[in-house]
Design a protein around this ligand. Structure first.
Ligand code: CMC
Length: 470
């Protein structure tokens, strides 16, 4: 089984030399298994007094990882070495989750045990159902509820949230299956609560995605039976979102984990990071954009021109890593046609608009020069909408899909020998030697008093302490 212990720490003797202040310094080059190269500058500050500055971390490798590989130039994505296209064609979300979390494809026995464990964990602790009885207003955003309840979930399993790394790791297999399973139940129950519908319990004879659709759309008096292709489309969306190396939410999970925090707290933080419109929230924003284009009868020109003028972004376009077509978007664009056919929709106006918008943007020099292609969020929303999911649940679906990745990254951090807390530095650009001015002297015209205040300013704390003591 894959672990982090044998990750190589440096390349084959390649050295990078920096010239700083007239001196030269050598740093080792680390080479990844796909040939990616990074300069290991971990001794930079202690040897030179300098740090690196890389806002947005576009050139910074925050860790060495064995989980997912992306070649952004070629549009390649592999989970544990297996191309995404192969997984999409042959696998399921749960098998993919196992691969991502544990490093290898499961044997038949392992697969059956893992699926059973996920299934057995589908119910929420009954006490948690009170959260759906008025604890949150109907207007609450489902991502806010999801993040809160994933963190709260840990309260019901104190043996899994000891914040003692060794102990948390002993219960890792249980915690992983539990989170993978219950995140879907929390999501479905949130939807039911927000719509004033009775909560629907999971069933023991349904697979992962089918059970989710059942909890979303069945009624006490009417079972919902989705078409197989609808269940497959949802499963595919989850599979395609399972991991994506050091994206914003995964980096957040790793950062929280690096402090020694438990898995529940770490993934809950991941949900918050995912929520933003530049990350997972983009799938909601895409649909809003397509609906606006539909309503206005515009051909997309207005959005494209606004994006080119820097007023907005063309949502679902562009990616920090992909400078060619996002392979997940390619798979989803093809899947969308199939789902619409199954849903007996001859044409979906939003999908039509999306395809026209893509064509228009991809022939525009602005998008060509900047290598801006559709990303995973561009087509996922049209599929989710066509299978009946409301727009405000889209990012929640992304979170369910990303759960295996967050869990695997937490484990990678937690099992790394001599794991370090993630704590970047900064270049301070604030004021220097600013005087403290007593509140009574802060009005305009009173500034002349500040010098005397400065000389006494130490006395503020001292005086407070003194009076405290008294
Ligand atoms: N529409 C218009 N211009 C764009 C877009 C866009 N969607 N994305 C990037 N650009 C421009 C940007 O203005 C900049 O132009 P210039 O060089 O003239 O200043 C150039 O392209 C490079 O952009 P950047 O902001 O430096 O790129 P980034 O790597 O920091 O941002 C991104 C990546 C995904 C945040 C960005 O492309 C974006 O905001 N896209 C729209 C939101 C979106 O679809 N997010 C989902 C990402 S995929 C799923 C996920 O992982 O969450």
């Amino acid at each position: 089984m894959a672990d982090t212990k044998d990750i190589p720490s440096s390349g084959e003797g390649e050295i990078a030399t920096f010239q700083l202040g007239g001196k030269s310094y050598d740093f080792p080059v680390v080479i990844g298994t796909e040939g990616e190269k990074g300069i290991d500058i971990s001794s930079l500050r202690s040897r030179t007094g300098y740090i690196t500055l890389d806002e947005g971390f576009a050139n910074t490798g925050s860790c060495q990882s064995k989980i997912t590989y992306i070649d952004g130039e070629k549009g390649r994505l592999c989970y544990r070495g297996i191309p995404i296209e192969v997984m999409a064609e042959n696998s399921t979300f749960i098998e993919t989750a196992y691969l991502i979390i544990y490093g290898d494809l499961p044997t038949r026995r392992q697969m059956s045990d893992f699926s059973q464990k996920v299934l057995r964990n589908a119910n929420l602790h009954e006490a948690m159902l009170h959260f759906f009885e008025g604890a949150f207003p109907f207007t609450a955003h489902p991502m806010s509820i999801l993040s809160s309840l994933l963190n709260s979930l840990g309260c019901y399993y104190p043996n899994m949230v000891t914040n003692d790394r060794e102990k948390d790791l002993e219960s890792f297999d249980d915690a992983a299956a539990l989170l993978l399973s219950k995140v879907r139940t929390i999501a479905a129950m949130t939807y039911r609560m927000k719509n004033g519908l009775p909560l629907i319990y999971p069933k023991k004879d349904l697979g992962y995605s089918q059970n989710f659709l059942h909890m979303m759309f069945s009624e006490p008096y009417h079972e919902y039976y989705p078409h197989d292709d609808v269940t497959k489309a949802l499963d595919l969306i989850l599979l395609l979102h399972s991991d994506h190396e050091q994206n914003c939410s995964t980096s957040t999970v790793r950062m929280v984990a690096s402090s020694g925090a438990n898995l529940f707290a770490s993934v809950s933080a991941g949900v918050c990071a995912l929520w933003g419109p530049l990350h997972g929230g983009a799938n909601m924003a895409v649909i809003k954009m397509l609906e606006e284009i539909y309503r206005d009868g515009d051909d997309g020109t207005r959005f494209i021109e606004a994006a080119k003028g820097g007023k907005t972004r063309l949502m679902g376009f562009g990616h920090r890593i992909y400078k060619s077509y996002d392979p997940r978007a390619k798979i989803l664009s093809e899947a969308a046609d199939k789902v619409f056919h199954v849903m007996r929709k001859k044409k979906d106006p939003l999908l039509e608009i999306a395809k026209r918008l893509e064509e228009k943007a991809r022939s525009d020099p602005y998008f060509i020069e900047r290598n801006l292609y559709p990303n995973v969020d561009f087509y996922s929303g049209t599929i989710l909408k066509s299978i009946g999911l409301p727009t405000d649940m889209f990012t929640v679906l992304f979170a369910i899909g990303r759960m295996p990745g967050w869990i695997a990254h937490w484990r990678e951090v937690a099992t790394k020998p001599k794991s370090k807390i993630i704590r970047p530095r900064q270049i301070y650009q604030g004021e220097v030697n600013k005087p403290y001015i007593k509140v009574r002297n802060r009005d305009a015209g009173d500034l002349q008093d500040y010098e005397s205040d400065v000389s006494k300013s130490e006395g503020y704390g001292a005086a407070e302490n003194a009076s405290f003591k008294a």
